[in-house]
Design a protein around this ligand. Structure first.
Ligand code: ATP
Ligand code: MN
Length: 536
């Protein structure tokens, strides 16, 4: 364990009210890995990655995500059940309790950055109770050089104490676990949950507030990559729709897999320094880039590991949401630094479990705005006793849980960007085909990839009757042919073999779109309203 010598720096935590802690500062990934194996928190897997369990929580807990209501946030934040207000005094008291909890412990401290564009750089200090959480921070944030560390300026602090449990009655939380952001204190408190995603999505929420209000920059829940000719593509989508999967394309350089900013001078930059991929049913054949990234240094979460150290990616006994984090350089073809020029194509990814949206369609500017504000995907209801019915799920800007401002603030910025750049916007259904969930099946990944590549390579023709069919229910332009994809796959109606069932279900979804959009109608222009499904 000699390599830490590079970063030797004595860190005192007393300024945070944490007393007598043993500080392990800026350990390298192999040291953190070793510590986890030695203390029984982790296992080394066959590929060299570390596997850990995050505990009771294997996903984020959006109902326990709070924002402190203060001078900075009071009139800016869109308060409600997404951005839940938290009292300032209670925040300070809870913080003191966490400081006491962390005192006298062996802690892991890491300095890192967010924002790959140096003009936006945010210094982040993370204080973790567990070594594996610190490895996550190493993998996911931008890693500072030795020089960076010497002059490190800490802008934000994350206190991450999974073992600390709040007392809701006294502390003002909903239950034991919480993630609370204070913009005045520039601090995030995370307690009662070991789910690592809270750490990265905490900083994402911070940037989603700061960038639009202070830098006229649009933050986006999207992945991004760039082609050989320097053309940037971005992929918006809610969880599980394919941002990480589809942005990892060996023929394009990866910019980032989840969080990006779009600057006034039309640069796209990654907020992060790593990827956080779902690994459920991962196969080397289908997703070679992600599979190959799961090597030494990568951190697997909540997977099952056999005696022989092999990971069984089909095993859902702990959770469906099995994950891996790794530094972005574990992917072979990456853009360095993680920035791109103005996008030429935007993809809205949706996993439509009703199986009625076309697998690819082109959107007019009005439709693009409408779909961005709607943020549609579908959830599958509990699989109890085989009863399965998709539930439409709308999340504005394809990321409402992370957006502190009113959705129209982000939508207005994106609409202005679309107008200014003339970017193509596509709606991609990575969900079901041939029928709804239970009858149809998930769209083949190879077809989705072929459709995206055809759009990127300008192989989908022009918007005219010969090349495109206008969908009668959704009004979107559906290409008639696409290289590498059978024509019949492009028409969801044809894949059903049941016109009546198809149209009934399509109407049902269109009606859900309209019901959801009601709350935005007052803000929407004529063009945006014209982007809604013509039927339903
Ligand atoms: P999150 O925001 O939670 O990170 P994400 O948008 O990055 O979610 P992915 O991690 O890419 O989502 O998950 C997509 C999942 O769906 C993967 O497990 C992938 O293998 C699977 N999948 C199956 N068929 C397709 C398809 N046609 N297109 C994209 N993904 C598909
Ligand atoms: Mn992802």
């Amino acid at each position: 364990m000699a390599s830490t010598a590079l970063f030797t720096k004595t860190i005192s935590l007393s300024k945070y009210g944490i007393k007598n802690a043993t500080v392990q500062y800026q350990l390298d990934p192999q040291e953190l890995h070793q510590i986890c194996v030695e203390n029984g928190q982790g296992k080394t897997t066959a590929s060299g990655a570390l596997a850990i369990n995050t505990g009771k929580f294997t996903g984020r807990s959006p109902k326990d995500r709070f924002i402190v209501i203060d001078e900075l946030t009071r009139d800016e934040v869109w308060w409600g059940d997404i951005n839940i207000p938290f009292d300032k005094l209670k925040f300070n008291r809870l913080r003191e309790k966490i400081q006491t909890y962390l005192s006298d412990k062996k802690l892991f401290v890491r300095d890192a950055f967010a924002c790959a564009d140096p003009r936006y750089r945010l210094g982040i200090r993370v204080i973790n109770e567990h070594a594996w959480s610190n490895l996550f921070a190493h993998n996911m944030f931008l890693r500072p050089s030795k020089e960076d560390l010497e002059n490190f300026k800490e802008d934000w602090l994350i206190l991450n104490a999974p073992g600390f449990k709040a007392n809701p009655e006294i502390d003002g939380t909903r239950q034991e676990n919480f993630a609370i952001i204070s913009f005045e204190e520039k601090t995030i408190l995370i307690g009662g949950t070991g789910y690592t995603g809270e750490i990265k999505k905490g900083i994402f929420s911070v940037l989603n507030f700061l960038l639009p209000t202070q830098k006229s920059t649009l933050p986006m829940h999207c992945s991004a990559n760039v082609g050989e000719n320097g053309e940037t593509a971005i992929f918006f989508g809610l969880s599980g729709t394919g941002k990480t999967t589809l942005s990892a394309d060996p023929s394009r350089k990866l910019i980032g897999d989840d969080e990006h900013g779009w600057t006034p001078d039309n640069t796209i930059f990654n907020f992060e320094g790593g990827c956080y991929a779902k690994v459920i049913n991962l196969s080397e054949e289908q997703e070679p880039d992600i599979f190959g990234a799961i090597q030494k240094g990568a951190l697997l979460e909540n997977v099952s590991v056999a005696e022989n150290q092999e990971v069984d990616y089909t095993n859902t006994s702990i959770t469906q949401n099995t994950r891996v984090s790794y530094p972005i350089h574990h992917i072979n073809n990456i853009q360095i630094p993680s920035t791109g020029k103005k996008p030429t194509n935007i993809f809205f990814l949706t996993a439509d479990a009703f199986g009625v949206l076309p697998p690819i369609s082109k959107l007019t500017p009005g439709q693009a705005a409408y779909h961005f504000i709607s943020g549609y995907t579908a959830k599958i209801a509990g699989t109890e006793a085989g009863i399965t019915e998709p539930i439409p799920s709308f999340s504005a800007c394809f990321g409402a849980p992370f957006m502190p401002l009113h959705p129209t603030r982000y939508a207005e910025m994106l609409i202005a960007k679309m107008q200014e750049t003339g970017v193509n916007v596509w709606l991609i259904n990575t969900g079901w085909t041939g029928g709804p969930y239970g009858i149809g099946k998930r769209m083949a990944l190879k077809y989705t990839r072929a459709m995206i590549n055809a759009a990127l390579d300008n192989k989908l023709g022009e918007i005219n009757h010969e090349d495109y069919h206008i969908h009668s229910v959704f009004g979107v332009a559906q290409p008639r042919t696409c290289p590498g994809v059978p024509d019949s796959v492009l028409s969801p109606r044809q894949t059903w073999n049941n016109d009546e069932g198809y149209y009934k279900t399509a109407h049902k979804l269109a009606t859900a779109f309209k019901a959801n959009f009601k709350k935005y109608e007052a803000y929407a222009s004529e063009a945006i309203l014209n982007g809604q499904p013509p039927l339903g």
